[in-house]
Design a protein around this ligand. Structure first.
Ligand SMILES: Nc1nc2c(c(=O)[nH]1)N[C@H]1C(S)=C(S)[C@@H](COP(=O)(O)OP(=O)(O)OC[C@H]3O[C@@H](n4cnc5c(N)ncnc54)[C@H](O)[C@@H]3O)O[C@H]1N2
Ligand code: MOO
Length: 405
């Protein structure tokens, strides 16, 4: 049975990179760039002023003095005149530096006196001047392949006129729940039924990372239904099933995957929760069969499925960073030799993370998943963790990085 790290590596080594598509820059935020983009010109394109003020010759301004203002230039314009000894040109931010000038004096550092200005302080050559290409040189890589496009990258690409960009395709991920006890949300909920919440939690998790869920509904606990739904799911880029992977009499998922010619790479992982997690490949299409307890489904998605999908989507960073947190409550596990993911709440004080138990850790308890900000990784070799011990955590909530106001 692979360890968590072995299983994750096996999955990451097996999944394919998806194809590319061109999208409008206005739709590109959150996508991953699939080509290196280089600067097709210097930025800024011309040497210009960083301030509203006066373009001067610094050599004329080595001591307090008077300059004659001979022209005015705004952004979008250009002055035909040359700044010669004893003269200045009024200039607005972004306007090209007039010939002869090598520095800008901000307007508030001068006094207007008729058609002249009085300069009070010594001016350094290059002061408040933005030289051509100071930001980016022509030919420089502006955004490398594999970058998640954020507003900053969108702005950079837009400034080079990239109206369309090449990004990795979003995976269409089939989501299938199995079990006769399930009904869909909104359907009549008989006494002996439960709502198929796993499909919706998985769809949400997929949307959160920019993948597209393809909802297959519920496979009934019989071979025919499983065969039909799983075959349909194999048409997507990846298939996630929930439940039916344990040793129950009605756990059909693995057998049907075998029958359909999928190669099982593992059917158990040495983790709690999530031990019966199964990973198979049908040709190079990944199939993740997750255990049905809603907590187990969510945790195995976070820990084993999400990295794979991120890799398929072209992301350069795909695995959760392990942060250290100091325990504020003790944590313990039932069995040595298994890596436990325990639900914890996180607080941040003086830049350090502190973790406390989110409550009952049984996989039947969904409430503590709702409470959890992170999963503590309790290693195989130890079963009891005390207040003050440092544990590794994987963050779950984006709001960890935010503060209440
Ligand atoms: N004899 C053994 N029994 C079990 C073992 C074992 O090793 N030996 N492992 C246990 C563990 S651990 C887990 S996890 C579960 C996994 O079982 P399955 O993946 O086959 O899931 P089910 O038994 O069908 O369901 C588990 C639980 O989750 C509920 N469920 C299922 N699907 C959904 C859904 N779509 N939405 C909401 N809730 C769902 C289901 O009703 C069950 O209560 O097996 C243990 N047993
Ligand atoms: O492995 Mo089960 O997923 O512990 O609840």
């Amino acid at each position: 049975m692979p360890s968590f790290y072995e299983a994750r590596k096996l999955i990451l080594d097996s999944v394919p990179l998806l194809g590319r598509e061109r999208v409008l820059i206005t739709d590109a935020v959150g996508r991953v760039l699939s080509e290196d983009l280089t600067a097709t010109w210097d930025m800024p394109r011309w040497t210009n002023s960083a301030m509203d003020g006066y373009a001067v010759r610094s050599q004329d301004c080595q001591q307090a003095g008077r300059l004659q203002v001979i022209d005015f230039v705004a952004a979008g314009g250009a002055s035909e005149k040359i700044v010669t000894a004893g003269t200045a040109i009024k200039i607005m931010t972004g306007a090209p530096l007039p010939q002869g000038a090598d520095a800008i004096i901000p307007v508030e550092e001068t006094t207007l006196d008729g058609a002249d200005i009085l300069v009070h302080e010594k001016v350094k050559p290059g002061a408040h001047v933005r030289p051509r290409g100071e930001d980016v040189k022509m030919g420089e890589c502006i955004v490398p392949r594999g970058t998640l496009l954020r507003p900053a990258e969108i702005g950079m690409l837009a400034s080079y006129g990239k109206a369309f960009v090449s990004v990795y395709r979003k995976p269409r991920v089939a989501v299938l729940s199995t079990g006769d006890e399930l009904v869909e949300i909104g359907d009549t909920l008989a006494e002996d039924r439960i709502i198929n919440s796993n499909s919706l939690a998985l769809a949400a998790a997929l949307k959160e990372i920019g993948a597209e869920p393809m909802m297959l509904g519920i496979a009934a606990d019989n071979r025919v239904s499983h065969m039909e739904k799983i075959s349909e799911g194999l048409k997507a880029d990846a298939l996630i099933t929930s439940a039916g992977v344990s040793t129950g009499d009605r756990d059909f998922v693995r057998a049907i995957l075998d029958e359909l010619g999928a190669k099982t790479l593992f059917c158990k992982v040495d983790i709690k929760p999530g031990r019966p997690t199964t990973f198979a490949l049908k040709n190079d299409k990944p199939v993740f069969s997750l255990p049905g307890n809603p907590v187990s489904t969510m945790i195995t998605f976070q820990e084993l499925v999400k990295p794979a999908l991120l890799k398929m989507m072209g992301h350069a960073r795909v695995i959760k960073q392990e942060f250290e947190a100091v325990l504020e409550t003790g944590l313990s596990k039932k069995r040595l030799g298994v890596l436990n993911f325990q639900r914890v709440k996180i607080t941040v004080r003086d830049g350090r993370y502190f973790a406390s138990c989110a409550g009952d850790q049984n996989t039947g308890i969904l409430k503590t998943m709702v409470r959890a900000d992170a999963l503590a990784l309790l290693p195989e070799h130890k079963d009891s963790f005390n207040v003050g011990d440092v544990v590794k955590v994987h963050m779950l909530s984006p709001h960890i990085a935010m503060e209440a106001f």
